[in-house]
Design a protein around this ligand. Structure first.
Ligand SMILES: NC(=O)c1ccc[n+]([C@@H]2O[C@H](COP(=O)([O-])OP(=O)(O)OC[C@H]3O[C@@H](n4cnc5c(N)ncnc54)[C@H](O)[C@@H]3O)[C@@H](O)[C@H]2O)c1
Ligand SMILES: O=C(O)C(=O)C[C@]1(C(=O)O)C=C[C@@H](O)C=C1
Length: 307
């Protein structure tokens, strides 16, 4: 593969930025990659492990002359970071982000960006429960979807170039409108995370009563819940506060269904339970038969970092 952007700046050096860096190195997709993170400790770690060709001590310095700027910080600080870098951006540069929520990020970032800069929000649907500069690996995006959410006036040529960049990082790319994106991920990602956090909290409370048996003997589904519930607290606090309406809408529907199942158990309504579980089983089978289970292989989550 060949260079797509001469200079790329990564702002925030955690799981997603470090995975992007190793995938860019793997494919030779960027001439130079600069990076900035807020804490000196993260910048020191990045320098020690060779994350980024040049780690800068300010966001302004990192984005100077960059052709592509990728905001890889928690969604709650995207607006503040955009404001900080705005006057240092090169005319003609593309600014994108990897945030898990799109409408709120667009509302908070777009007003700060100067004329002549292309803003094309994005969201790679790939991650792990790990965070920080040492958690990334080159294969994270392989075979996963990356959603691009062009805003009014996004330049088609700049969008096409960003699309080819994500494809070269290993992703399948699709475009989606911001509100629709937020509703879809509320169903597929945000509500499931909240349910996992809750279930692990409930089990922990119970575990205290039963001398930790709940955690000790957990297996299968509950273990998967504990993995998800180990995800970064700052990231997920921001996701729920930023995607408030869609998450509450889905949780409302979830609660109604849960109450119906609860009543069926209490009243001994086996037919209701059986037909509900038959419907959900058919959905999973349908997905597999249609060949739509495009999950990439599991690389061991904390996976190998690629030099
Ligand atoms: N983790 C996932 O599974 C996943 C998947 C897809 C998208 N995302 C999104 O990607 C973004 C980054 O997530 P991550 O998992 O890489 O997080 P992370 O916690 O691994 O990294 C975030 C980085 O941002 C830095 N940071 C925080 N505030 C900052 C600020 N004001 N200025 C500069 N740097 C700052 C942190 O120091 C850290 O280096 C988030 O918006 C998240 O919603 C995460
Ligand atoms: O696999 C995981 O650990 C993830 O939580 C990844 C996951 C998801 O829910 O699918 C989490 C948040 C993102 O915005 C995108 C991907």
């Amino acid at each position: 593969m060949s260079v797509i952007y001469n200079r790329v700046a990564l702002i925030g050096l955690g799981l997603i930025a470090s995975s992007m860096f190793w995938a860019m190195k793997r494919g030779g997709l960027a001439g130079e990659v600069t990076g900035y993170a807020r804490s000196a400790e993260t910048r020191d770690t990045a320098r020690r492990i060779g994350l980024c060709d040049r780690v800068c001590d300010s966001a302004e310095e990192a984005v100077k002359d960059a052709d592509l700027v990728v905001l890889c910080v928690p969604v709650g600080v995207m607006g503040a970071v955009a404001e900080q870098i705005a006057s240092s951006l090169k005319s003609g540069a593309t600014v994108t982000d990897v945030g898990s929520v799109k409408r709120d990020v667009i509302n908070n970032v777009a007003p700060h960006l100067p004329e002549g800069v292309h803003f094309i929000p994005g969201h790679p649907l790939a991650g792990t429960e790990h965070s920080g500069p040492e958690s990334g690996f080159a294969q994270l995006f392989d075979g996963r979807w990356c959603l691009l959410v062009p805003v009014d006036g996004s330049d088609p040529a700049a969008t096409a170039k960003l699309r080819s960049f994500w494809e070269a990082l290993g992703s399948n790319v699709s475009e989606m409108e911001a509100d629709h994106h937020d509703l879809v991920v509320a169903v597929t990602s945000h509500a499931p995370h909240l349910i996992a956090y809750t279930m692990v909290g409930v089990a922990d409370d119970l575990g205290r009563v039963t001398d930790s048996e709940v955690i000790k003997y957990s297996a299968g589904g509950f273990r998967d819940f504990t993995r998800i519930a180990a995800s970064d607290p700052t990231m997920w606090r921001d996701v729920f506060l930023s995607n408030k309406d869609a998450t509450l809408e889905i949780l409302g529907r979830f609660t109604e269904e849960l109450f119906a199942l609860q009543r069926a158990i209490r009243t001994g309504d086996g037919d209701h339970l059986h037909s509900y579980f038959t419907r959900t089983r058919a959905i999973r089978r349908g997905i597999i038969e249609a060949g739509q289970d495009t999950d990439a292989p599991d690389f061991g989550r904390a996976g190998p970092r690629q030099p």
